[in-house]
Write a protein that binds this ligand. Structure first.
Ligand SMILES: Nc1nc2c(ncn2[C@@H]2O[C@H](COP(=O)(O)OP(=O)(O)OP(=O)(O)O)[C@@H](O)[C@H]2O)c(=O)[nH]1
Ligand SMILES: [Mg+2]
Length: 434
């Protein structure tokens, strides 16, 4: 389904916090890193999720399906060279139905009671063993991932392509996960090693490393915590190769959580998915078919079917040809058997599971659930589980948090303290002195 989000200024008041003009329709191009950076700044309030993996696993297929954009997809390694950036959506039940009201979203969209919360997604070139030594496309392109909050690693659960992306039979997809992790660690190790000279001259190693890794969202406290857990001193850093790797490993684990998208499940069987899950303890692994999701999105765009990915099924509304009918009936069987294509689940598990976010709706009028311009439930804000009412105020504006007095639960009209721990789908009014 394709939709556009209109600029709230047109009819309803000032700009929303997050965007300065029409939300991008899912973006249609590949971008150079410099343009990417500008886009990141423009849509900087939205989280970024990076798609990684060995070549030929279906990264761009999934990217194309979730962002509804045209990108290069082909059955050979290194189809993608320049990164693709687009907007995808996490979905969550909108509270409007249960309240018996009709929402009017500003920073998100709402379709049939499902709130669609936008996030940036970046799809990069395939990684191969030895990428950090320049093999394949090298690892320079990983620099485009530094700002990502989490990674979705796409693997071929059917085992019909190897770690290098070439055809193979009976390959073990868990090796792809290990390979990508090793390459990410090597990539970060190389960045640190390049700066060891200047780091060795700094007494405040945690601050120095935090500055160096600020793009990764590092802060001195986090650096200190990681170094302590590895038993590494931070003053006038003089780490050897092993120490750098140990630090880089811990940093990648804590800074770049990975969800494994076990793709090409349509060519596979439940046994292979289970085998992969058992080989990756502690990982979130989701079986999926990017190819079917993309085909359904295209059929929906062409008016053949009515499909919302979160409904996990579809309905034929057009007049398919005999061939199309065959394909649709195959896909219908697939989504019935697998409870959908798994693609929306990947995003939702990443945003709400791996990254531990909840959705909160700030309002100005707790009786009408509206903002200043009468938009009902205007904004769906993603916040980490455990965030407080004060954190919500800060996420809207620093001034609001500075002058905050208390909050109000719009459902119960109860007064809440600044320290109140927000719950998923809370509707909150922040009361401040200004
Ligand atoms: N059967 C099946 N094929 C898929 C699926 N997803 C992708 N493919 C196919 O796998 C091949 C590679 O897909 P891409 O999306 O280009 O893979 P990629 O990981 O982006 O590849 P690189 O850009 O080369 O790293 C294409 O032929 C796709 O049609 C899937 O879920 N099922
Ligand atoms: Mg690709």
């Amino acid at each position: 389904m394709r939709f556009e989000l209109t600029h709230p200024l047109k009819e309803t008041g000032p700009e929303p916090v997050a965007f300065d003009q029409t939300l991008p329709p899912p973006l249609l191009f590949s971008y150079s890193p410099s343009i990417l950076i500008k886009l990141m700044q423009r849509y900087g309030d939205m989280m970024l999720i990076g798609m990684v993996g060995a070549p030929n696993k279906g990264k761009s297929t999934i990217f194309s399906a979730i962002t509804e954009s045209e990108v290069d997809i082909a059955d050979y390694p290194f189809t993608t060279i320049k990164p693709n950036l687009g907007v995808a959506y996490a979905t969550s039940e909108c509270p409007d139905k249960s309240l018996g009201i009709k929402c009017h979203p500003r920073n998100s969209a709402c379709i049939d009671g499902t709130r669609l919360i936008p996030l940036n997604v970046i799809d990069v070139a395939g990684l191969v063993p030895g990428a950090s030594l320049g093999k394949g496309m090298g690892s320079q392109f990983l620099n485009d991932l530094v700002n990502s909050e989490a990674l979705i690693q796409v693997v071929d659960v059917s085992g019909e392509t190897g770690v290098d992306g070439n055809p193979c039979s009976g390959c073990d997809p868990s090796e792809e996960v290990k390979m990508v992790y090793d390459e990410l660690v090597q990539w970060l190790s190389n960045i640190i090693k390049k700066h060891l000279g200047s780091l060795s001259r700094r007494k405040d190693g945690s601050a120095a490393l935090a500055e160096m890794l600020s793009g990764f969202g590092a802060n001195p406290e986090k650096i200190q915590e990681i170094a302590d857990s590895c038993g590494l001193p931070l003053s006038n850093i003089a780490w050897d190769e092993e120490a750098v790797t140990t630090f880089a490993e811990k940093f990648i684990i804590s800074n770049k959580p990975v969800l494994v998208a076990a793709n090409k499940l349509d060519k596979s069987n439940a046994g292979k998915l289970e085998a992969l899950i058992s080989k990756l303890p502690g990982h979130v692994v989701v079986g999926c078919s990017g190819a079917i999701e993309l085909a359904l999105k295209k059929a929906s765009k062409n008016g053949l079917i009515s499909y919302s990915t979160w409904k996990k099924t579809f309905e034929i509304i057009g007049k398919p040809s005999i061939e199309q009918n065959k394909a649709l009936s195959y896909m219908m069987n697939y989504v019935k058997e697998h409870n959908g294509t798994g693609i929306q689940e990947i995003i939702n598990k990443c945003v709400f599971g791996l990254l531990d976010n909840i959705v909160v709706y700030p309002v100005e009028n707790e009786n009408k659930y509206t903002d200043h311009f009468d938009n009902v439930l205007p904004d769906a804000i993603l916040l980490k589980k455990g965030s407080t009412a004060l954190d919500l105020a800060a996420s809207i504006h620093t001034d609001l948090s500075k002058h905050m007095l208390y909050a109000i639960d719009a459902r119960t009209k109860n007064r809440l303290s600044k320290e109140y721990v927000l719950q998923n789908n809370d509707i909150i009014k922040i009361v401040s002195t200004r």
